[in-house]
Design a protein around this ligand. Structure first.
Ligand SMILES: Nc1nc2c(c(=O)[nH]1)N[C@H]1C(S)=C(S)[C@@H](COP(=O)(O)O)O[C@H]1N2
Ligand SMILES: [Mo]
Length: 414
């Protein structure tokens, strides 16, 4: 049984055991080495041929990554905030950041299937072709996708403790208009049972191997309540077919949650009456560190803000300058943004403009007053309508996740 319940549940159980026992890293490595063979991690059929088009063979990301739009980290590409001048509320597909654990697969819709299975269903589940999925009632949703590690570099540069992983500044986020089928619709049509507890989408990208351990396909469970609430199986991004790098033919969008929940290239969905576990909700995307003794599993995104400016941007001295930025929160709309240019001694309220919804962003403007030449720091501090506000610092976690503190953006007036 290659793609069946047994393989995936056994793999999940092995993660669960590791999680519950809180093994040391060395023990995890030692145990992990034998796990895939002993427990048979669920395998998906190989999707189409990998590689092709855009950046030449061998490149994990398919689309071009011009250096004025992106910082290229190989399998991740950060959006440059200074490239947003004149770009509207939604980030065009070709400018949207990319985060791949392995590499973008090329999938043919003719061979693609979505298989829904598991103990949380009344019957044996159901398989959908692309055409069948596209015929179901569709919905549209404007939502951000933001990597849990967005802002990670500031743990080093502002708080003195580096966290390993991609050293994003704030460009690990984008907002897009997604169109697709509610996950709830697909689950109902697959015979969702009353006992369902967790829902785990599996990506069809290559298995993730780290330190010689094969963790299987990228997958991360959602509680049934969130799955039924607003999760969307999207096949369109900003009115176009999903691009390969963003999950073609179908990806999940989990509004307000860390990007890792929004599984790309979805090919299987497990629905279970038991809690589900994978590498991505036990070893990654949990908060680990002295400040987090209970090792919470990451769900919603924190409050952040960013300037549409280069890092260390040069601005004219002795004249007022109107600056733009965007602020966002995973749970609520933005209520206000305050700005300081004197290291937090005084704050000025920024203007908020346009659309503003939970799980997307709100544009703001601030007029930098006429100041003599020199080096300055722009501090923006956003607050959402549930009262969450960006703190001056955040306690360290080893994954470098959820850096929500006020970012000290350097600018030079000349
Ligand atoms: N199958 C699969 N889904 C995935 C990933 C992945 O590597 N494989 N990366 C996740 C992470 S960590 C993030 S932040 C988002 C990034 O989405 P994007 O590349 O469309 O911006 O996709 C998520 N979904
Ligand atoms: Mo991510």
């Amino acid at each position: 049984m290659v793609n069946g319940d047994e393989g995936s549940y056994l793999a999940s159980r092995s993660e669960e055991l590791l999680w519950r026992a809180r093994f040391t890293r060395r023990e995890i490595v030692r145990l992990g080495a034998g796990l895939p063979v002993a427990l048979g991690i669920a395998r998906l059929a190989r999707p189409g041929s990998a590689g092709a088009a855009g950046r030449g063979t061998g490149s994990p990301i398919v689309k071009p990554l011009p250096s004025d739009w992106f910082i290229d980290y190989g399998s991740n590409a950060e959006m440059r905030w200074d490239s947003l001048h004149g770009v509207g509320y939604e980030i065009p597909n070709e400018r949207f950041f990319v985060r791949d654990h392995t590499a973008t697969p090329r999938i043919a819709v003719s061979s693609w299937r979505l298989r829904v299975f598991g103990s949380g269903l009344k019957g044996r589940g159901r398989t959908f072709s692309y055409d069948q999925l596209r015929k179901l009632p569709a919905r549209e949703l404007v939502s951000s996708v933001e990597c849990a590690g967005n802002g990670r570099s500031f743990f080093a540069s502002q708080e003195g403790t580096p966290a390993s992983g991609t050293q994003w500044r704030l460009g690990g986020i984008g907002v897009a208009r997604w169109r697709g089928v509610a996950l709830a619709e697909v689950l109902e049509r697959s015979g969702l049972g009353k006992t369902a507890l967790d829902v785990m989408p599996y990506g069809a990208d290559p298995a993730f191997v780290s330190n010689g351990i094969d963790h299987g396909h990228v997958r991360r469970p959602l509680p049934i309540a969130k799955a039924l609430d607003d999760a969307l199986l999207a096949f369109e991004m900003n009115g176009q077919q999903l691009p390969p790098d963003h999950g073609f033919p179908v990806r999940l969008i989990v509004p307000g949650w860390i990007g890792a929940a929004s599984i790309k290239w979805v090919a299987q969905i497990a629905v279970s009456k038991r809690p589900l576990f994978s590498f991505w909700n036990t070893q990654q995307y949990v908060l680990q560190g002295d400040a987090y003794p209970r090792t919470p599993v990451l769900t919603t995104q924190t409050v952040k803000s960013a300037w549409e400016l280069a890092w260390g941007a040069e601005l004219p001295a002795n004249t007022p300058i109107r600056l733009r930025g965007r602020a966002w929160s995973g749970t609520s709309p933005i209520e206000r943004v305050d700005v300081s240019i004197d290291h937090g001694a005084t704050w000025t309220r920024a203007g908020l403009h346009g659309a503003n919804s939970a799980g997307a962003w709100n544009e703001f403007t601030y007029t930098f007053p006429a100041q003599p030449a020199g080096s300055y720091e722009l501090w923006a501090r956003a607050r959402d309508t549930s009262g969450r506000v960006q703190p001056p610092t955040v306690p360290f976690n080893s994954g470098g996740y959820l850096f929500g503190a006020v970012v000290r953006h350097p600018v030079v007036l000349r």
